[in-house]
Structures are given as structure tokens and as C-alpha cells.
Ligand binder design. Structure first.
Ligand code: IVH
Length: 719
């Protein structure tokens, strides 16, 4: 007894939590009479062994991350990488005592935070003064001459990246924190999100002495290609699309749930440092170029194309080549930044309250062109949203012909003061989406006409409504032909049931000919129906019918939920719903409170789902799916429990404060066992669980004869 107590004690003191690991050694110790010293040594060695392997894996994975994300020269295959990663994940799970925030496994995103805390910067993060041409560059260098007469200046020049400024802190070479620029003095602490940025080293490469303390500053960005790809996915999943790569990068880093940035292709490019304590031979901290070299050798990415210019003339050449090359650079840049190279000169030049005097941003001209706003069309989307689109007289802009531009919503048209027939300035914002900058009022002819945003739906004529606080007007008519058409197109698209060979073109024809008025009708189409259509041959008809039949047989519940096009429900949410409910009937019967309890489904989504199924037309559609046999059932464990749980079909209301369990835990437990939790007591309520200070619900339950449970009774019932 004494021995075991001693052993446990010893283990705990040394944080050898996993005593099972040592059981054979323990038996030897107890029965084979090995000495206490030997026993302890063996224990430590085993533990050392795991720790060593974990450390080895972390280093090796980080090295491969560096090869892949920074150098773009992977040295192992994806499978080999995955195997290392899995081994590390397993060892870390088995040995939580060796957990580390700087482990590459943390790059997949920690748990969500409830809010960001703020973090003060040790040195202010200044902004940059802007100039807009090389003439102004001349003015800038003259000012430098005036401030430090007779001195020569070399300049470190690099692209000005368009993203979000972030400071990353390394202590003894390990990344320990990160914060956004914020107001320059205090930013938001975004360490967990920054850990998911794949090219950001979690440990620095010790190419010389490791810095004691290092604040690296830089920009988090997304490449144009990655941004476009992300928007395509967001669109397909009915999730928010971003206006430009900058918003996408900034929006991703400012997410409370790090699993979101973990899935986004973000990159960090260093452009400078804050406070530095680094005593290393061979590291030149006296020039900007030396600092950037040291950062790069430490494993950080620096802005591609950064160079040292010997004088102000070389900067002019650099600017010219950067402007010419910008099309071939994979991310958006809106100009060049030139920084006085010598840190001593930087110090003597100092800063204004806003920006350093030793650095300047020279902006590029945006690709802009003049044209005529010929008309404003209003399109009706699948959810009834009315979106104004500018019809432009075609004009070449940044190498492409532009004839349409987004106007987002009616407020934007009003804010810009646009009239139909206006001469307008258009630009390709960040070279991605064309937009109307402003009307050229001085060139108006007087023939321009005010644009009146329609009060009725351009497709069905219903009066449109605007939800207070939303910028978008919506058509409320669920049978609106435009909404129906868009809804059908969505239903068969990749985001929905993914019916091969059935695209927008055919759906338009089906609706036009009156063959189809709801998604369920698609499955009732006959060979004869199809053959009567122009340009439809026997083979094509057969293919379409086969694809529809296959879609009907193979659709998963998740796919069908996604295909319904419920507002705010993309494929990810559909998956969560399908995991929780076993079929569409169960989902349709769910209360919003119950839906909102599902992790990842907020109250807004819950309300949207509930309101979708409150609509009689939509319920009819669900009935039609059942009749025609489009009725997938999810086989998930949660859903099965729901069907067979001990509290199946029972409805609970919780009131008052519970002592040993939180309300949301209680709800979870009830639902795990197949019960439902609602907010109001009614004659359909089976149990009222009353904690301390229960209030009026208790009275009502008594009046209606609902069974009342105190906390102890509730716990017994659960058991
Ligand atoms: S230096 C010297 N260098 O531009 C201190 N900033 O408009 C200021 N930015 O907040 C920063 N690329 O987020 C610097 N190569 C670059 C940059 C850069 C983009 C951003 C940075 C800054 C903003 C100021």
C-alpha cells in the first residue's frame, strides 16, 4: 500500500500522468525487487523516449511545412507528410503532458474563443504616408535631404501588400503570441488564428543564436487565385462571398473560431520588426536589408520581389518594373514601399504621430476607364434578394472587356448618386471585380434619368420588402418564377444533388414549357416529355433521366438538405443537421431552440431553418419527396439515438438554476437520449425540470398537470 501511494505520488509530482505506461516496470519493481533508483530511471527513459519522438516529429513536420509553404520545394509526398502528422497527433493524444502551443498539430485550429482579448504593442505600429506618383517621390527625397543634409540614402524597396497588418512574437525562438495592428497601439490578440497560417514558422530556424525576443511585423494576405477559389466554394456552399482578397484575409484572421482560418489559404509576409533582443554574431540588425535577411534565414517569408536600391534613381526603376510586373504577381499589391535602409538614419529621421518619416508608400494607379452606364438591371436571386447590376457600354479595362459591374444594393446607388445614362468611371477593384467608382457629373448631358429601385419584384410583381437593418430588398413570393428558376438550378447543381448533364439551360426550358414547377417535378419527367423539346435526342433524354434516377437513389440526407437552398444553410450546416436528424420530417419538426443548440448552428440559422419548414409550400415539397421516394435517411449515431433513445418523443422544459449541470449540458443530455427541449410549457410538455427560483413556468406546469422534476429527479431519469 505504502509503495503504491509512493508511486502515485511520485508520478504526479513528475507529471507522469499515464501510470498504465509504467505497469510492467511497476510489476518488476514490486515483485522482482529492482531498486527504486532503477525503477525510476526506466520510467524516465520511457517518458524521455516519447518526448524525444514528439519533438523529432514536430521539428520534421515544421521543416516540411517550410519546404512546402515558404520555399515551394516539397521534399516528401503528401502521404508521407500525412503519416508523420498522424503519428504526432496520436502521440500527443496519448501523452497530453507533452502538449505544446507551438506544435504543428495546433495549425488545424483550436477551439473557438468567446471574444478577442486586446494586446498592447511594445512599440507603436505606425501607418505609412502615401504618395501617388514618381514626381512626388522626387519631393520626398528632397525632404530627406533637407532633414539629413549631405547624407546618402539607400532604400529597401518592396511591394505594398494589401491585407491585414499583424505582429507576431517569438520568445526564445518559439512563437508565443500574435496581435493585429488595431489602432497602432493596441490590437486584438489573434495567436490561435495566426498559428493556422501555414507559412508562419511556429519555431524559428536557429541559423545563428536564437533571438531572446523578437517581434515580427507583416501582412496577412490571400493570393488572387486562392481568393477566387475561396469565393467559388463559399458561393457553392451558400456562404458569404468576399469583395476582395484583403477582406477575405482580414475577415479570416478576425474569426473567433480558429478552425475557419485553418481552412483558408492565408499567408504571412514579414516587412519589419518591432522590439528585438537578439545578440547573434553575423546578424546585421543595423540595416533594413540585414533585418529582412535575418528574418528570411529564420524561416519567415518576406515580401516577394523585395530588393535593396542603392539610390533614389534605382527606386524609380524598381517602381516602373513592379508596376509592369504586377499582373504576374500572385497577390494584390497596390503600390511600392520604400524604406531608408540605414537604421541609424531611420532613427534620426523619426516619426510623425502617424507614420515614420523614413518610409513612404508609392501607390499604383488603379486600372480605371470611362464609359456609359446604359442601364441598371435588377436580378432576383434564389432567396428572393433583389440585386442591381450595372449594364455598361463595353470598355477595355486591365486587359479585359467589361460590360457589367456589381452595384451591390440600392443604398450604394444612392450613395454614389448614379443616374441611368451617366458617363461613369469604372475600375477593376483589385483587378478582380469591376465596379462603378462614380458618375462623371461634369460630363452629364442632362438626358440622364434617376433610377428608381423597384417596389415590386421584376419577375412576379409581388411587393418587395426590406428587413430592417438589411441593405437587401427581397421578393416574399415563394412561387416567384425567378426564385423558382434559380432554386431549381441550385437544386440540381453541384451544391445540391449534383445531377450530371442538367444545367441552367435545360432547367430554363423545362420551366418555360411548364413541365416543372418544383424540384419534385423533375423526377416525374418522362422520356416523352423530354423528346418533345427542341434539340433533345433519344440518347440525351436517356442520360438525363438516368442521372435523375441515380440522384434520387443516391442522394444523402445532407445533400438533400443543402439542395433545398434554405437561407444560410450551406453544405457544412446541412451536414450538421443531417447528423442530428434522421430524415426531413424530423428536421421539419424541430423547434428553433433545439436547432440552435447544435454546435455550429447559431440562432440565426436555426430561425431560418424553422421558418423554411413553417411554410406550407415547403412542407408540401417535403411530402412530395417522400411520395416519389426521394427520401434519404441518415445513418449517424446521433440520429439513431434520437430514434431509439430512452427519452424518445418526450418534451422537456427547463426552468430555474440547476446546480450540478448547466442548462445547455442538460439539453444536450436530453437530446442525446432522443428527447426534445422547448422553451414554453404547454399541454404537450412531458416534463418540467425546475431548478432554483423557477418562476412562472412552474405555475403553468402545475396548472396543466405537467410532471415536475427537481434536479435530483431529473438526474435519476437520465440515468
Ligand atoms: S511598413 C514602417 N511595409 O500598409 C511602418 N507596410 O498603409 C509601417 N503594408 O499598416 C509598415 N505592405 O499593414 C510596410 N511592405 C510593407 C507593407 C506595409 C503593406 C501595410 C501595413 C501598414 C499599411 C500602411
Amino acid at each position: 500500500m505504502f509503495t503504491f501511494d509512493f508511486l502515485f505520488h511520485y508520478h504526479n509530482e513528475n507529471q507522469f500522468v499515464n501510470i498504465r505506461e509504467h505497469s510492467w516496470t511497476t510489476i518488476c519493481f514490486l515483485f522482482c525487487k529492482i531498486s527504486v533508483e532503477d525503477y525510476l530511471e526506466i520510467c524516465m527513459k520511457k517518458n524521455d523516449f516519447h518526448q524525444k519522438r514528439i519533438e523529432e516529429l514536430r521539428q520534421s513536420i515544421e521543416r516540411h511545412n517550410y519546404q512546402y509553404y515558404v520555399l515551394d520545394r516539397p521534399q516528401i509526398s503528401d502521404q508521407e507528410y500525412d503519416a508523420l502528422f498522424k503519428e504526432l497527433e496520436r502521440l500527443e493524444a496519448e501523452h497530453p503532458e507533452h502538449a505544446s502551443a507551438s506544435s504543428p498539430t495546433r495549425r488545424i485550429g483550436d477551439r473557438p474563443a468567446s471574444g478577442f482579448s486586446t494586446r498592447a504593442h511594445s512599440l507603436p505600429m505606425y501607418s505609412l504616408d502615401n504618395i501617388f506618383s514618381l514626381e512626388e517621390w522626387g519631393g520626398y527625397t528632397q525632404r530627406l535631404q533637407r532633414l539629413l543634409p549631405g547624407e546618402d540614402f539607400a532604400f529597401w524597396t518592396e511591394p505594398k501588400m494589401d491585407g491585414l497588418a499583424v505582429e507576431v512574437i517569438y520568445e526564445q525562438g518559439v512563437m508565443t503570441a500574435a496581435a493585429t495592428r488595431g489602432d497602432g497601439y493596441t490590437g486584438e490578440e489573434v495567436s490561435a488564428n495566426m498559428r493556422t497560417v501555414r507559412n508562419l514558422p511556429l519555431r524559428l530556424i536557429p541559423f545563428s543564436n536564437v533571438p531572446d525576443y523578437l517581434e515580427v511585423r507583416g501582412e496577412v494576405i490571400m493570393s488572387v487565385k486562392d481568393f477566387e477559389e475561396l469565393n467559388r466554394t463559399q458561393l457553392a456552399n451558400r456562404e458569404k462571398v468576399f469583395a476582395n482578397p484583403r477582406n477575405a484575409a482580414a475577415g479570416s484572421i478576425r474569426q473567433l473560431d480558429p478552425r475557419i482560418p485553418a481552412k483558408r489559404p492565408l499567408r504571412f509576409f514579414a516587412y519589419g520588426v518591432g522590439l528585438v533582443r537578439w545578440d547573434a554574431p553575423g546578424v546585421d540588425l543595423d540595416t533594413q536589408a540585414g533585418i529582412m535577411d535575418a528574418l528570411q534565414r529564420s524561416g519567415l517569408s518576406i515580401a516577394p520581389g523585395a530588393v535593396l536600391c542603392r539610390d533614389e534613381q534605382a527606386v524609380r526603376q524598381y517602381f516602373g518594373s513592379l508596376e509592369a510586373e504586377r499582373r504576374h504577381i500572385s497577390f494584390e499589391l497596390d503600390g511600392m514601399v520604400a524604406k531608408v535602409n540605414d537604421r541609424n538614419q531611420q532613427e534620426r529621421l523619426g516619426t510623425t504621430s502617424r507614420a515614420p518619416r523614413w518610409a513612404i508608400a508609392v501607390k499604383f494607379k488603379a486600372a480605371q476607364a470611362k464609359t456609359i452606364l446604359e442601364n441598371i438591371e435588377v436580378q432576383v436571386g434564389r432567396t428572393g434578394a433583389l440585386t442591381p447590376v450595372a449594364k455598361l457600354r463595353p470598355v477595355r479595362l486591365g486587359g479585359v472587356s467589361v460590360s457589367r459591374a456589381t452595384l451591390h444594393n440600392q443604398d450604394e446607388i444612392r450613395a454614389k448618386g448614379l443616374k441611368i445614362g451617366d458617363p461613369v468611371l469604372v475600375q477593376r477593384a483589385g483587378d478582380v471585380i469591376p465596379e462603378v467608382v462614380r458618375p462623371i457629373t461634369e460630363e452629364r448631358t442632362g438626358q440622364e434619368q434617376d433610377f428608381v429601385f423597384p417596389e415590386t419584384c421584376p419577375s412576379c410583381g409581388s411587393r418587395v420588402g426590406r428587413i430592417p437593418g438589411e441593405a437587401v430588398s427581397r421578393c416574399p413570393n415563394l412561387s416567384c418564377p425567378a426564385q423558382l428558376l434559380q432554386g431549381l438550378i441550385y437544386f440540381v447543381s453541384k451544391a445540391g444533388l449534383d445531377i450530371e448533364g442538367l444545367g441552367k439551360k435545360w432547367i430554363e426550358i423545362f420551366v418555360d414549357k411548364g413541365l416543372v414547377a418544383s424540384p419534385a417535378d423533375l423526377f416525374g419527367l418522362s422520356r416523352q416529355d423530354l423528346l418533345e423539346l427542341e434539340r433533345m435526342g433519344g440518347k440525351l433524354a436517356e442520360n438525363i433521366l438516368r442521372a435523375l434516377e441515380q440522384g434520387k437513389q443516391e442522394a444523402s440526407l445532407e445533400q438533400l438538405i443543402a439542395a433545398l437552398g434554405i437561407r444560410l444553410v450551406g453544405s457544412e450546416t446541412a451536414k450538421l443537421l443531417a447528423e442530428r436528424y434522421h430524415d426531413l420530417d424530423a428536421l421539419a419538426g424541430a423547434e428553433p431552440e433545439q436547432l440552435a443548440l447544435i454546435k455550429g448552428v447559431g440562432p440565426e440559422i436555426a430561425a431560418s431553418v424553422a421558418s423554411f419548414f413553417r411554410n406550407p409550400q415547403n412542407l408540401e415539397l417535403v411530402g412530395a419527396f417522400k411520395r416519389i421516394g426521394l427520401w434519404p435517411v441518415s445513418g449517424s449515431r446521433a440520429a439513431e439515438q434520437e430514434q431509439t433513445g430512452a427519452l424518445q418523443g418526450k418534451t422537456f422544459v427547463l426552468t430555474g438554476k440547476l446546480q450540478g449541470i448547466t442548462r445547455s449540458q442538460a439539453s444536450e443530455k436530453i437530446e442525446e437520449k432522443g428527447g426534445r427541449v422547448t422553451s414554453a410549457v404547454s399541454s404537450k410538455t412531458d416534463y418540467l425540470v425546475a431548478g432554483d427560483e423557477p418562476g412562472s413556468k412552474l405555475e403553468k406546469a402545475r396548472r396543466l398537470g405537467v410532471e415536475i422534476l427537481d434536479e435530483a429527479g431529473f438526474v435519476r431519469l437520465l440515468e
